[in-house]
Design a protein around this ligand. Sequence first.
Ligand code: G4P
Length: 523
Amino acid sequence: MNEQEINRRRTFAIISHPDAGKTTLTEKLLLFGGQIQVAGAVKSNKIKKTATSDWMDIEKQRGISVSTSVMEFDYRDYKVNILDTPGHQDFCEDTFRTLTAVDCAIIVIDGAKGVEAQTRKLMTVCRMRKTPVIVFINKMDREGRDPFDLLDEVESELQIKVRPLSWPINQGQRFKGVYNIYEQRLNLFTPNKQMVTETVAVDIHSKELDNQVGTEDAQKLREDLDLVEGVYPEFDVSTYLSAEVAPVFFGSALNNFGVRELLDCFVEIAPSPRPTQAEERTVEPTEPKFTGFIFKITANIDPNHRSCTAFCKVCSGKFVRNAPYLHTRQGKTVRFSSPTQFMAQKKSTIEEAYPGDIVGLPDNGIFKIGDTLTEGEPLHFKGLPSFSPEMFKYIENTDPMKTKQLSKGIDQLMDEGVAQMFINQFNGRKLIGTVGQLQFEVIQYRLENEYNASCRWEPVSLYKACWIESDDETELDAFKKRKYQYMAKDRDGRDVFLADSNYVLQMAQQDFKHIKFHFTSEF
Ligand code: G4P
């Protein structure tokens, strides 16, 4: 029974650079899953890129992201779990962490823009974790780039081999459809039709192809497909599953074109829940006992009622409501009487959940990102390392009567993974590191609203925070003495060097050859 449930699950995230069409594609997938009836239902789940300090939008994002953090639906015999990731790049760490809970990913690329910065960054995480990816090249209804050029770019920029499984017939105004290589069918494009795509089984060498798309385009398609077959090795699911090859689809999410083909192929080839690596051992999804880990914590928006939802990915066994589980970091037994699952924008209490599922657990401050739950085994799942932040500011208390509130607030927000905190060893000040300005604004706003604490920021110009280690104690001591003003500790008490420029860092690396400088917290 368990095995059957595991095999039918597909847990994944859609990742892209902002504006490539992630929200639109998500919405179309939900339409196919019958979860929403109208287009437009998921639209608001993002912060408008221009209004960076509009509190309403941030609040909206946080509120909505609780209910749309996971979207589940049944499609054919499969249970599909889409893990939502924030649209705004200032929250990309949240996306990194969500990627620890997925078994595969779909990457959306704008056909006119090609591979963009955020996609590159997210793909680095997929590569680190050997997550299988499928690429969807979107917006084919617009004038874009040559498909072969795009594929070359994906290969070189994302450092993964590609294999097209569909092929576009023209693009922009002249876009006629795609030939589905995977199913060997011709799918004709009809703009603005929301649900229907006409699919015709056509032998590409037959005259029928000419009748359908015209002689010129038929000829071009035959030539393109010949080239595709010549250049790319035949598609082999095992190379996709081992994350060596990314199958590529072309389409237009807005016009609902190529989406069903993507979904049909996806459910067939995408992996069911994979084994999860714990520090102690590898955990197989088919093991009878429940294990899971927390990959995301989201605060609710009601300021008078501070409560969070912790998202737990089930790794093995079966999660059961009210069963006693071991919170391994705290060594405590915990029970959950109202675990939730998510159906588009609805939340409902569940009795049980299987590997691959995401369970929402009410959290009043007991969880940290990365925490493990088991039936008693002292396991610790490996999370994703923290990356060096890109922006740094000292956080200063502006109300001496509220020192306690501030420090509690900071601690809990850091547990949620909102940002990283370092303590400067020279002046004892708390340094907050983020990847974007918006995170500082959210922190300040939440400290005021949820903890009744007030703070101000003091910018510091730093290039990177590097975790340092060495076998040579004397050299490490000498380094720490020389750089005493720039030494800090992370929240786990590890040594961190705050380099204020690339030059300083290079000099340090040159002068202290036995010290290793790491840009991620796990090494
Ligand atoms: P994101 O979540 O990745 O940030 O992207 P989102 O889906 O919000 O799409 C960004 C913009 O691209 C939207 O337009 C959306 O309508 C458009 N778009 C998505 N897919 C396609 C497509 O296949 N073809 C074309 N031509 N456009 C597409 P917008 O103007 O920013 O928003 P809206 O006013 O349409 O809601």
